[in-house]
Design a protein around this ligand. Structure first.
Ligand code: S3P
Length: 437
């Protein structure tokens, strides 16, 4: 799908409630399915990625229904899952596949996890190897990619795993398997990745052992949760608001978990006018309303490598932001971007170059020279975050930007185009003539 943007005709103005947090939504559905009794979840993201998790959970025996704005999930208990009748299709979602693999490795039945072309290229050895140390049996393709053929085992052993990468998917996969393993399972990582699993387990009645560990045989009990709006989706409007002259946009109920708020720090260090008010918590998760106001041209910055896990999914839009700022922005320590839904460093580099942006690509990052951005045709390569990043940059390009490969925006942010138009952005499908907000 192709989207075409025009240079924004005026400031972006208004208020938005971005969609529910994707990471928290996956976890809420999986934990509620494993819990004994009913869970009530408000603000769950309804996007293709989360639908893949919901559908897999249903095939494993969970039932759910809507009541007003709440999703009511009837859990089956950790030991109540039923063997799925067919392979479980995780679509585009690495989180869905890696988290569910941890659960399925410990079941008394076999299962298979498959995904779309993008997911079928993504590395799974990062979970298969430590799960193997726990006694799990999982087959991948020869190069360690999906499908995952899981021979369920009832005799997993807990481990203390020192992960070579900061990955919340690896950590969460192992903690889920650890709920079924003998003894304790704990995970250490080089830098702290998002901690939604650690915050949510106690809400389901599972105490953490240390900072990041569980005891085998712990039970989950149904609970009520409220999902914050996703800072990774809000990010597109934070950047658009910071770039389009005169803008003033309020984003409500945005998750501000400190393991996810790196983009706030980067925007502030670049000189953006960003104010957070109404700080509160939804359960263990910090939340606030963020107001972003245009404050003139922003300055390029060095992004400290230790900040990378806290803004990993926002890096495509941060690279777009850097392109329309003044001076050089340097990113390093972000090799993980090469194994996301696409090779995000390559996809962003090719698109930015097409729009006349000076840059230098490195194996683990990029230097971006800020300056004027031209119009042109770029390719989001079927990666939702790259596609939306180019659409945002298009608001400040000197001419139309046509973005191919936008179909997967629905994996995380189905209302993106409508939301951008609602604040005055200029975007529409190719050939629609509908570009004005
Ligand atoms: C996620 C963790 C991150 C992130 C992904 C969602 C999660 O991936 O990029 O979009 O929900 O646990 P990694 O764990 O691979 O770093």
């Amino acid at each position: 799908m192709i989207l075409v943007t025009q240079p924004a005709a005026g400031p972006l103005l208004g208020e938005l409630l971005p969609p529910g947090d994707k990471s928290i939504s996956h976890r809420a559905l999986i934990f509620a399915s494993l819990a004994q009794g009913q869970s009530r979840i408000r603000g769950l993201l309804d996007s293709e990625d989360v639908q893949a998790t919901a559908s897999a959970c249903r095939q494993l025996g969970m039932t759910d229904r809507f009541e007003g704005d709440e999703r009511i999930v009837e859990g089956v208990g950790e030991r109540g899952l039923q063997p799925p009748a067919a392979p479980l299709d995780m679509g585009n979602s690495g989180t869905a596949m890696r988290l569910l693999a941890g659960v399925l490795a410990a079941q008394p039945f076999d299962s298979e996890l498959t995904g779309d072309a993008s997911l079928s290229r993504r590395p799974m050895t990062r979970i298969v190897a430590p799960l193997g140390q726990m006694g799990a049996r999982i087959e991948t393709s020869a190069n360690g990619t999906p499908p995952l053929k899981i021979s369920g085992r009832s005799d997993l052993r807990g481990i203390d795993y020192e992960s070579p990468i900061a990955s919340a998917q690896v950590k969460s996969c192992l903690l889920l398997a650890g709920l079924y393993a003998s003894g304790h399972t704990s995970v250490r990582e080089p830098l702290r990745s998002r901690n939604h699993t650690e915050l949510m387990l106690p809400a389901f009645g599972v105490p953490l052992v240390g900072d990041c560990g569980v005891k085998g045989g712990s039970h989950l009990a149904g609970t009520s949760l409220r999902v914050p709006a996703d800072i990774s989706s809000a990010a597109f409007f934070l950047v658009a608001g910071a770039l389009v002259p005169g803008s003033d946009v309020l984003l409500r109920d945005v998750g501000l978990n400190e393991t996810r708020d790196g983009i706030v720090h980067v925007l502030q260090s670049m000189g953006a006018d960003l104010a957070i008010r109404n700080r509160r918590r939804f359960g263990g998760e910090a939340v606030g309303d963020i107001r972003i106001r245009y404050a003139g041209l922003l300055k390029g910055v060095d992004i400290p490598p230790e900040l990378v896990p806290s803004l990993i999914d926002e890096l495509p839009v941060i690279l777009a932001l850097a392109a329309a700022s003044q001076g050089t922005t340097r990113l390093r320590g972000a090799a993980e971007l090469r194994v996301k839904e696409s090779d995000r460093l390559a996809v962003m580099a090719r698109g930015l170059e097409t729009l006349g942006v000076g840059l230098r690509e490195y194996p683990d990052g990029m230097d971006v020279e800020g300056g004027p951005v031209k119009g042109g045709r770029v390719d989001g390569a079927g990666d939702h975050r790259c596609a939306m990043s180019f659409c945002v940059l298009g608001q400040v390009a000197s001419a139309a930007v046509s973005v191919a490969g936008c179909e997967n925006i629905d994996t995380s942010y189905p209302r993106f185009v409508d939301d951008l138009k609602s604040v005055g952005g200029a975007i529409g499908p190719d050939g629609s003539g509908d570009h004005r907000g």
